[in-house]
Design a protein around this ligand. Structure first.
Ligand code: HMG
Length: 445
């Protein structure tokens, strides 16, 4: 069996931009640095009035299919990962297929369609489903389209409001892929948690501070589980580590823990010992609190070392470049972190062919997954084709009052009738409701 992985990727960002430091922080009476330095976020992307998870997903998929010269007959499966669905029965993939059928020759009647839910991790779970389908040989030579699309809104006034975002990532999963091959090995950390949930409600109930701890705990379990099948992970094994990025400050916390883990019992730990001591081992302590205190002190010192800072700048910081300017895209988040890392490699002339990524996905509720990816020969063509910088630059900045309006427009419980802020061109838009209350869409030339 040839390798299986991501053959192509296309991204669609919500067309509005809320500046967190200039616009959001002053309206909230907060220090802008809480956002830019503390959370590591500069701006959030929002969907315009005529955008939603279907239009963003369809626009990303349309771009991907056009660029790769694909017809519906080339696709055997369409899976949408989202936690922003507006229909409890009809999957978003059917709406997106309907959009695409309006612009491509042929139809998707032969394609298996579905919708995956497990908070943010369902984007990666959909990759898994596509991978397994191809490896099982059930794909009849066809590729799978995986679309992660979300409008990540929090209730007004919730602490999570600062981390909002909206956008979609479309990925083509195929044999002998052009971008990255997925490892057979994967590790999980999964537990019944109530850190973030939406019990039949649009906006999440969140225990923000606890969600940070749950993310770290599940990610650590997933790494250990991954090592149980793939062997110990070492810092030099991978060039970048794209992680689920609800906000860059979260990844900063996860990265420090990961670095401590992957340098334990290595020459790096030895070389740091004279300056910051060796890593505390639980067996050396009678008392758990004393052990944790010692770990905290070690981590504080580790964070200040040149070795850690250099590794962070090379392996982690480049994965956050896009997230900083768009916020949390939930299911798409880890997939823009991968794109961000590879874009950085391209800009810096780093030859990634044959090199590895360590990919960490997470979904509240809660589950983490870790796998490795090997970058393929043709990766540069795929990364060069990304137009995310142009999209981000073209976004329309919104004032705080406009933000309040757009939040209401996308609130399922409100009916607000305002004009779109941008003029659509060569894209799908939402244009109303049909006789059975179904959302309707059309392509604007
Ligand atoms: P908060 O209470 O508004 O912020 O909520 P804070 O006071 O904790 O400050 C945030 C950071 O900024 C802190 O850094 C402050 O020190 C720093 P830390 O100590 O944590 O390193 N700070 C400043 N730095 C510089 N200058 C300043 C300043 N002021 C403060 N002036 C919270 C933060 C994350 C709780 C909130 O945004 C939230 O509830 N977010 C939503 C939940 C979330 O994103 N959780 C992340 C893990 S769960 C996850 O990833 C899953 C998710 O994507 C959903 C899914 O899976 O579907 C969310």
């Amino acid at each position: 069996m040839n390798s299986v992985g991501i053959d192509a990727v296309a991204i669609h960002a919500g067309k509005l931009r809320l500046d967190l430091a200039e616009t959001f922080a002053p309206a909230k009476g907060e220090d802008p640095e809480k956002y830019t330095k503390g959370l590591g976020l500069h701006a959030s992307s929002f969907p315009d009035v005529e955008e939603d998870i279907v239009t963003m997903g369809a626009n990303a998929a349309h771009k991907l299919m056009t660029r790769k010269g694909l017809e519906p007959d080339d696709i055997g499966r369409i899976d949408v990962a989202t936690e922003s669905a507006f229909d409890n029965s009809k999957p978003v993939s059917t709406y997106i297929a309907g959009c695409l059928e309006a612009v491509f020759e042929g139809d998707f009647h032969h394609a298996n369609k579905g919708e995956r839910k497990f908070a943010c991790i369902s984007g990666t779970q959909s990759l898994d489903d596509a991978y397994n389908w191809i490896r099982a040989g059930r794909n009849r030579g066809r590729a799978a389209l995986v679309i992660a699309t979300d409008t990540a809104l929090y209730a007004r006034g919730d602490a999570g409001e600062a981390t909002q975002g909206a956008g979609a990532v479309a990925m083509l999963i195929a044999e002998d892929p052009d971008l990255v091959e997925l490892s057979l090995e994967q590790g999980f950390g999964s537990a019944d948690e109530t850190d973030f949930l939406k019990p039949n409600q649009q906006f999440p109930s969140v225990d923000g501070k606890r969600s940070v701890q749950v993310y770290l705990a599940r990610m650590r379990e997933a790494l250990e589980d991954y090592e149980s099948v793939a062997g110990d992970v070492r810092a030099e094994d991978f060039v970048y580590a794209p992680f689920h990025t609800p906000f860059p400050g979260m990844v900063r916390k996860a990265a420090l823990l990961a670095y401590r883990h992957v340098t334990r019992d290595t020459e790096i730990e030895d070389s740091l010992a004279a300056r910051i001591g060796r890593q505390p081992r639980a067996e050396a302590f009678d008392d758990e609190d004393a052990f944790f205190e010692s770990v905290r002190e070690y981590m504080d010192a580790l964070k200040e070392t040149e070795q850690y800072q250099e590794w962070y700048e090379q392996a982690i910081e480049p994965t956050l470049d896009i997230a900083r300017h768009v916020g949390n895209w939930y299911t798409g988040s880890v997939h823009i972190a991968r794109a961000s890392a590879l874009r950085n490699a391209r800009e810096n002339g780093i030859d990634m062919a044959g090199e590895s990524l360590l990919v960490g996905s997470y979904g509240s509720g809660a589950q983490a997954e870790i796998h490795a990816e090997t970058v393929r020969e043709n990766w540069t063509e795929e990364i060069d084709a990304l137009d995310i910088d142009d999209q981000l630059a073209a976004r329309r900045d919104i004032s705080f009052e406009e933000y309040e309006e757009i939040h209401d427009v996308h609130n399922h419980d409100k009916e607000i009738d305002i004009d779109a802020f941008t003029t659509p061109s060569e894209e799908f838009i939402r244009d109303g409701l049909g006789p059975m209350d179904e959302r309707t869409y059309r392509y604007v030339e």
